[in-house]
Design a protein around this ligand. Structure first.
Ligand code: SAH
Ligand code: SF4
Ligand code: F3S
Length: 469
C-alpha cells in the first residue's frame, strides 16, 4: 500500500467505529436489534466484494442474515455483464419496495457493477427512487463512510466515480466458508473485448502488490483456510505495469509454498497470454488444482478478431490441446457466446468444431447481449433472434455431449475431495469438490466439512458423482 492507501484505510476504519455507536443508539431507541444482508449477483469478484461488505456491516454492529431480503438494511451487490443481470435486479427491487412499505425504517442499497453504467444508474434513480444508497465499484472501500451517513439519517446517497483512487487493504471481512477463500490479485480489465462492459464498469487493470497478496494468504492459512482462488479478469497479465513485480506463475509458486495452503485455483485465464511457464508451473505443483477455465467465446477467427480477443481459432486449439497433452488429468472449461453481431451459421460451425476437438469438461454458453457503450452494441448487423436461438441450441447440444463424455473419465477413480457442506437434499450425505472442480456427494458427517478426504467415484450422474470415502 502507498501512503494515500494507508490513510484511506485508517479513515474508513474510524467510520466503522462511529457507525457502531450510531447503531447502538438507534437500537436503544427502537428496542430491537437491526439486521442486514448482502445479496450478491455476478462473478467471483462480486462474491469476494460481498464478503468485504458483510465484514463492514458486522463490524458496524448489524446482525447479518444470510441470503435474506427481510433485513433492515439490504444491500444488492450487482452485475451488469448481460441484460438479464439487470432485469434480475429490477425484479428484486420491485419486491424490496413492498417490504419497505411494511417496514418503513428499512434501508436499501445498491452497489457493484450495474450503477457504474450511466443508463442503468439513471433508471434506478428514476424508477426506484426509494433506494437509499448507491455506490460503484471504485467506491467500495468507502462503504464504511456511506454507512455512517446512512445511519446519521442521510438518504439518496449516490457516489459513483469512473476510476479507482485507492487499493484499500485489510478492512474487516466475513468469509462465507472457513476453509476456502477468494483472493483478489488484480482489479479491472484492459482488454476491451468489443462486446464486454466489464472494463467500463470495473476500470483499468490494477494488480495488487505480491507482498500484500502473500501476507493475506498467510493470514488466511493461519485461520484454517486450505484452498484459495486467485481472482482477476485476466490473471495471466498479473504484474503488468508494476516495476519489478513477479509474474503470475511465480506468484502461484509462492502461494503454493505457504504452509497450510493445500489447494490453489485461479480465475480467469485469457488465452492470448497464457504462457508456457504457466503450463509447466501447473504441471509441476500438485497443489495447483487440475482445472483451467479458458474462455473461447467463438471458434471463428473472423469473429474473434471482431471481438478483439487477439487469438485465432488455430492458436486457441494449439494452446488447449497442448495443455491437455502436458497435463492429461486437467479439466478444461470455457465460456462461449452465440449471436455476436455478424455471426453466421458457418462461424458457429467453427465454434462447434473447436468444442469437438478440445472436448471440454464443461462450458458456460451465453447469448450475446448488447451492452450500452461497447463497440459491438452499435453495429447494425445484429443477428436475428431466431437464428441466434437455433445456433445456441446447436452449441449447447454439442457442449452437453462433450461434458457428459468427459465426466465419465473419472469413473472408478479414488480422488481427494475438499468437503464443502452437508447435502441439503440427501440426509447423511456431504458434498465435496475435486481438484478438477467436479462435485461429488457421499455419505458423511458435518464434522468432515473443511477436510480433504479420499473419495471413490462410483457413479457418474451427468455433471456430478456419487461416491464413498
Ligand atoms: N474476463 C473473463 C470474462 C468475464 S465475463 C474473460 O475474458 O474470459 C464472463 C463471461 O461473460 C465472458 O467470458 C463472456 O462469455 C460472457 N459475456 C461477457 N460479455 C457478454 C455479453 N455482452 N453478452 C453475452 N455474454 C457476455
Ligand atoms: Fe470482458 Fe474481455 Fe476483459 Fe474478459 S478480458 S472482462 S471478456 S473485456
Ligand atoms: Fe458482472 Fe461485474 Fe463480474 S459485470 S460478471 S459482477 S465484474
Amino acid at each position: 500500500m502507498n501512503q494515500s492507501d494507508v490513510l484511506a484505510t485508517l479513515a474508513q476504519k474510524e467510520y466503522v467505529g462511529r457507525s457502531f455507536d450510531l447503531l447502538t443508539n438507534i437500537e436503544k431507541e427502537s428496542g430491537k436489534k437491526l439486521t442486514a444482508s448482502v445479496i450478491t449477483f455476478g462473478c467471483q469478484m462480486n462474491a469476494r466484494d460481498s464478503e468485504k461488505l458483510a465484514g463492514i456491516l458486522a463490524a458496524s454492529g448489524f446482525e447479518l442474515l444470510e441470503d435474506s431480503e427481510d433485513a433492515d438494511f439490504v444491500l444488492y451487490n450487482t452485475c451488469t455483464v448481460r441484460d438479464n443481470a439487470n432485469q434480475k435486479l429490477y425484479g428484486h427491487l420491485g419486491e424490496a419496495l413492498s417490504r419497505k412499505k411494511k417496514n418503513p425504517g428499512m434501508m436499501i442499497g445498491i452497489c457493484g457493477c450495474l450503477p457504474q453504467e450511466p443508463s442503468a444508474l439513471e433508471k434506478i434513480k428514476k424508477s426506484y427512487s426509494f433506494v437509499d444508497l448507491i455506490f460503484g465499484t471504485h467506491n467500495l472501500y468507502a462503504f464504511p463512510e456511506y454507512l455512517n451517513r446512512l445511519l446519521s439519517g442521510e438518504r439518496h446517497i449516490c457516489e459513483i466515480t469512473d476510476h479507482a483512487d485507492n487499493i484499500v487493504e485489510d478492512l474487516p471481512i466475513i468469509r462465507k466458508y472457513s476453509f476456502k477463500s477468494g483472493v483478489n490479485i488484480m482489479f479491472g480489465c484492459n482488454n476491451f473485448c468489443t462486446y464486454c462492459i466489464v472494463p467500463h464498469v470495473r476500470g483499468r487493470e490494477r494488480s495488487r502488490e505480491s507482498g500484500d497478496i502473500l501476507d493475506e494468504i498467510r493470514a488466511l492459512a493461519e485461520n484454517g483456510v486450505k484452498e484459495v482462488m486467485l481472482l482477476g479478469q485476466n490473471v495471466n497479465s498479473y504484474g503488468n505495469g508494476i516495476d519489478g513485480e513477479i509474474s503470475f506463475p511465480e506468484l502461484l509458486k509462492r502461494v503454493c509454498d505457504i504452509d497450510g495452503i493445500e489447494r490453489v485455483r485461479f480465475m480467469t485465464s485469457h488465452p492470448k497470454d497464457l504462457s508456457e511457464d504457466l503450463i509447466q508451473t501447473i504441471k509441476s505443483d500438485e497443489k495447483i488444482c487440475r482445472h483451467l477455465h479458458l474462455p473461447l467465446q467463438s471458434g471463428s477467427t473472423r469473429v474473434l478478431k471482431e471481438m478483439n480477443r487477439r487469438y485465432t481459432k488455430e492458436q486457441y486449439l494449439d494452446l488447449a490441446l497442448r495443455i491437455k497433452d502436458e497435463i492429461p488429468d486437467i479439466a478444461l472449461t470455457t465460456d462461449i457466446m452465440v449471436g455476436f453481431p455478424g455471426e453466421t451459421a458457418a462461424d458457429v460451425d467453427d465454434t462447434i468444431d473447436v468444442i469437438k476437438k478440445v472436448e471440454y469438461d464443461n462450458a458456460f454458453t451465453f447469448i450475446y447481449s448488447k451492452r450500452m457503450g461497447t463497440p459491438a452494441a452499435s453495429r447494425e448487423d445484429q443477428v436475428p433472434e431466431a437464428l441466434v436461438k437455433e445456433n445456441f441450441d446447436r452449441v449447447l447440444k454439442c457442449v452437453q455431449e462433450s461434458a457428459k463424455k468427459q465426466s465419465l473419465r473419472w469413473q472408478g477413480m479414488v480422488l481427494p475431495a475438499l468437503v464443502e457442506e452437508t447435502n441439503s437434499s440427501l440426509e447423511g450425505y456431504v458434498t465435496g469438490r475435486l481438484s478438477n472442480n467436479m462435485i461429488v456427494h457421499f455419505p458423511g458427517t458435518p464434522d468432515m466439512i473443511g477436510s480433504i478426504v479420499s473419495v471413490k467415484l462410483e457413479e457418474c450422474r451427468g455433471f456430478y458423482y456419487m461416491g464413498s470415502v
